[in-house]
Design a protein around this ligand. Structure first.
Ligand code: IMP
Ligand code: MG
Length: 191
């Protein structure tokens, strides 16, 4: 495949997307979040466990952990809240058990985006029940909406308006997770 064909394919793939936060801004912010987490948790007694909320947080957490030099464990959980082409949450459903290793550990829940608050509030409650040493939450994106579930979140990368975003782990009907930036879907901008 020559260079022109390759470029055309990329252009076609991104034609429906407007870039909201580019790769460089994401990388800089992830580094800042990692530095804050490290300074808050670095001197604590006890183990640290990051809990990536799958599948949306997979790119974010993989970049975040490469910036963290603390000894830590990773114990993912899977939550589904946006079935198929839905662009509003249908309630958070936990698909995996709460990992036993969280007991007695400093837990950091990591998600791609905080929207209605349903996912984080459910997980904070379930994780508290296994008696960790502490719980914190870290999201890349904080959607400015009236939350239907009040929930605390200690670390947030970017505040964004109430619009549906894709890329850097976030999907629409299972697609776009592999985009290296955050964008909005042009097709949805006219809904
Ligand atoms: P919440 O439970 O409503 O706070 O939503 C959190 C979950 O919904 C996230 O983990 C995402 O997977 C998903 N979500 C919320 N907003 C968006 C969006 O704009 N694009 C893609 N997924 C989203
Ligand atoms: Mg999610």
């Amino acid at each position: 495949m020559n260079d022109d064909t390759e470029k055309n394919q990329n252009t076609i793939e991104h034609e429906n997307i407007t870039v909201l936060i580019d790769e460089d801004r994401i990388a800089r912010r992830v580094a800042e979040l990692a530095a804050r987490i490290e300074s808050d948790l670095g001197s604590l007694e006890g183990e640290i466990t990051l809990v990536p909320i799958m599948t949306g947080s997979m790119l974010f957490v993989s970049d975040l952990i490469r910036r963290l030099k603390l000894p830590l464990r990773i114990a993912p959980v899977t939550v589904q809240s946006y079935p198929g082409t839905a662009t509003t949450s249908r309630g958070a459903h936990l698909q995996t058990p709460i990992p036993e290793v969280l007991r007695d550990s400093h837990v950091v829940l990591v998600d791609d985006i905080l929207d209605s608050g349903g996912t984080l509030s459910m997980l904070r409650r379930l994780v508290e029940a296994v008696e960790p040493r502490s719980i914190r939450a870290c999201v890349l994106l904080d959607k400015q909406v009236e939350r239907s579930h009040e929930v605390g979140c200690e670390y947030a990368g970017f505040e964004i308006a109430d619009e549906f975003v894709v890329g850097y782990g976030l999907d629409h009907d299972g697609l776009y997770r592999n985009l290296p930036f955050i964008g909005t879907l042009k097709a949805l901008e006219h809904d």
